[in-house]
Design a protein. Structure first.
Length: 220
């Protein structure tokens, strides 16, 4: 925290004037959180430049203070998506950003969802899978962050009937840094398996082949 001006000078009046000027300059500003700042006392508010956010000390730790508009995104794709080779990791793509703030589809690689702001995010993923074979087809889905597979994260499901469709989904919490990117990966053990979109009808709108919703969290 900023130090008060010491009681030095020719008179207490001079020090009081310096103190008044100091308060006028600093009362509307937060000090930056520095290495070694202690959260042992509750109620200390600082600006944490590492996360570009205001924090407050509570229960021995500095926690982000919710304010303003959270980062979020909702991304979908309305194309059929296939794997050219069996048992091979394939990145899913997104061709529509329904709404977003600080989270976006990469301008040169539609498989990458880019986070402009560090934080904790809840992600909800879903895919509409189908098979053109009467044999069992196994599907695998998992996330990658910055090109690295997330350990222990794969979803596995199967389809058994020609033309059968199924929705597969999962949610998770991700701790990301600014400019990190996430990809949704999939693989199949038969090229008969794919992700499908369904066209709009007279009674219902179109269904996307894949959806991803992203919402920033503040963890108390």
């Amino acid at each position: 925290m900023s130090a008060l001006p010491p009681p030095l000078g020719g008179s207490w009046r001079e020090w009081a004037e310096r103190l008044n000027n100091f308060i006028a300059r600093t009362k509307n500003k937060l000090d930056f959180k520095l290495t070694g700042d202690s959260a042992s006392e509750d109620g200390i508010m600082l600006w944490d430049a590492s996360i570009s956010h205001m924090v407050v000390s509570t229960n021995g730790a500095f926690q982000p203070i919710p304010y303003g508009e959270n980062s979020y995104g909702y991304f979908v794709d309305f194309t059929n998506q296939t794997a050219s080779t069996i048992n091979t990791a394939t990145a899913l793509t997104f061709n529509t950003s329904a709404s977003s703030h600080n989270v976006s589809i990469d301008g040169t690689d539609a498989s990458k969802i880019v986070f402009a702001k560090s934080g904790i995010y809840r992600l909800n993923f879903s895919a509409e899978i189908t098979s053109s074979s009467a044999s069992t087809v196994t599907f695998y889905f998992w996330p990658r962050v910055n090109g690295v597979n997330l350990a222990n994260s794969t979803m596995v499901t199967t389809l058994h009937n020609n033309g059968q469709k199924k929705i597969i989904s999962r949610s998770g919490v991700f701790d990301v840094n600014a400019n990190d990117y996430l990809q949704s990966m999939f693989a199949v053990d038969s090229t008969s398996g794919s992700l499908s979109t369904t066209a709009a009808t007279a009674f219902c709108p179109a269904s996307p082949s894949v959806t991803l919703s992203v919402a920033e969290l503040y963890v108390p």
